[in-house]
Design a protein around this ligand. Structure first.
Ligand code: NDP
Length: 473
């Protein structure tokens, strides 16, 4: 079985035990990795601190060039990374609407290239006979990154590349469920970067907790659940760490009666089910106007019945398994609750028997706000379709959810949709699409979905502090 090591201070660390990594399509181990602990974490933070003294002083040009070299590393090793991602997450190589491992590695390359080209210019607040005031952006020091299991490599890139580009050094702790693509990328990246600049430590949540409380770490970038985000916020208080918390979402999509039913249903199906609904900004609560409600339900059900579910390594598979057994149990529990509370299953509803953690793509009609499947994030292939009659009422009720990550309005009238979009309480709103993240559009949540933004100059600036410099004339 292939073995994967942590990389600390530029070298492979083999000081701990190896543990199995499971392929969710088979339920069986396919590789093993080092299981880190608090000691390895401390070594990694020391290495990152030491490396910061030189990396933090490199020129912007030097760091830009290094980021492009990292993009080349991703590109050169794309087939290997794609296969690792498919084996550890279960997501198909291609996937529904091409949202699969190919897109994950392709996206990682695109984000790296885009972020490489960003510049933190010096801002001039005053320049007159009295004084010149310059506002500089300085790196923070050591950034800790904690990533989830749904898009392990892409999210690692979203954390790591802006941190490095701004002059910080990094210690990353991937989810113990999906550590391999990240470990392999960081091993390869260390052929390009100076030792200690980018380190990876594995292990369970206790290693993540030690990273968030470490007195020599200056910032945490975290993507994961809201409860863990709250733990991190408390744990980071000791040395006043900066935080970017990208937490759970329960995004609403509101469909107006003027849409073309057939084409909209196809797009909605993709927005809800790509990566099996295991995406923070997937469409998770679908509100449809009563005039087209039954038609949308029927069209989407056709897509659910036709979509190919299976092992993501096989050609033509569009949806893989749920990534882990615990998440499958959450989905099954929410399906049972929906059934018990009057949900009408227009597609799916059951676990797919056999090895692996498969569940049928499931659509549930006739539920209302206040039912668990509507109020809670299932993070799996099950979506409630809720009927509404008044647009103002539905905006109000959909905003009552605790989460505020993304939202969407679907309409033929772009002007009207744009006005409605502005009244949605969430960090990103899309019109006639959903979850369309891109490197130049800031992305982050409000309410229980966290705070801070990623991507573009806004995201890069969050990896810096301001130094204001007053030069007398
Ligand atoms: P968690 O929030 O528990 O895990 C995310 C990451 O945090 C993992 O690397 C995990 O490590 C680490 N971690 C766990 N506990 C701590 C801690 N106390 N301090 C620091 N780091 C910690 O998410 P789960 O994987 O358990 O998923 C649970 C729910 O979270 C899902 O049902 C879904 O609703 C939501 N979620 C949201 C995601 C998003 O993109 N916003 C992504 C994934 C999940 P380890 O896994 O090794 O324990």
């Amino acid at each position: 079985m292939q073995l994967y090591n942590m990389t600390i201070d530029g070298v492979a660390d083999k000081s701990t035990q190896y543990v199995d990594v499971i392929n969710p399509a088979t339920g069986e181990a396919f590789a093993q990795c080092q299981n880190g602990n608090v000691d390895t974490l401390n070594s990694a933070v020391s290495a990152a601190r030491k490396a910061f003294s030189t990396w933090g002083r490199t020129s912007s040009d030097e760091r830009r060039a290094k980021m492009h070299e990292l993009a080349n590393v991703l590109e050169t090793n794309m087939p290997e990374l794609m296969e690792l991602i498919t084996k550890e997450t279960g997501k198909p190589m291609g996937g529904l609407n091409n949202v699969g491992s190919g897109m994950e590695v392709g996206g990682a390359i695109a984000w790296t290239q885009y972020t490489a080209e960003l510049e933190l210019a010096v801002d001039i607040a005053q320049d007159d006979a009295d004084a010149r005031i310059e506002v500089h952006r300085k790196p923070l020091g050591v950034v800790g990154s904690i990533t989830p299991w749904n898009w392990p490599l892409m999210i690692a890139i979203w954390h790591v590349i802006p941190a490095l580009r701004a002059g910080n050094t990094v210690v990353i702790k991937p989810s113990e469920l999906t550590p391999l693509a990240t470990m392999r990328f960081i091993e390869l990246a260390n052929e390009v970067l100076p030792a200690g600049v980018l380190n990876v430590v594995t292990g369970d949540g206790s290693v993540g907790a030690a990273l968030t409380s470490h007195s020599d770490v200056n910032k945490i970038i975290f993507t994961g659940s809201t409860p863990t985000g709250k733990h991190i916020m408390a744990s980071a208080a000791g040395n006043l760490k900066r935080l970017t918390l990208e937490l759970g979402g329960n995004d609403a999509g509101i469909v107006l009666p003027d849409v073309d039913v057939k084409s909209t249903a196809a797009q909605l199906f993709g927005a809800c089910f790509h990566n099996n609904g295991q995406t923070c900004a997937a469409l998770k609560r679908l509100y449809v106007h009563e005039d087209i409600y039954e038609e949308i339900c029927a069209e989407m059900a056709e897509h659910a019945k036709k979509v190919t579910v299976g092992n993501g390594l096989e050609e033509g598979v569009e949806l893989g398994p749920i990534q882990n057994e615990k998440q499958l149990q959450i989905v099954m529990e929410l399906a049972a609750d929906a059934k018990a509370n009057g949900g009408r299953f227009v597609a799916g509803g059951n676990r797919i028997e056999g090895p692996g953690y498969f569940f049928e793509p499931t659509l549930v009609a006739d539920l209302k706000d206040g039912s668990r499947l509507v109020d809670e994030e299932p993070f799996g292939p099950i979506v409630p379709i809720i009927k509404y009659s008044d647009i103002n009422d539905v905006i109000t009720t959909s905003n009552q959810n605790d989460c505020g990550l993304g939202g969407s309005i679907w309409s033929a009238d772009i002007e009207k949709a744009t006005e409605l979009a502005k009244s949605m309480e969430c960090g990103s709103v899309w019109i006639n699409t959903h979850g369309a993240v891109q490197p130049n559009m800031p992305f982050g949540g409000i309410k229980q979905s966290g705070f801070g933004v990623e991507f573009g100059l806004y995201g890069l600036e969050e990896c810096t502090s301001i130094q204001a410099l007053r030069i007398p004339k």
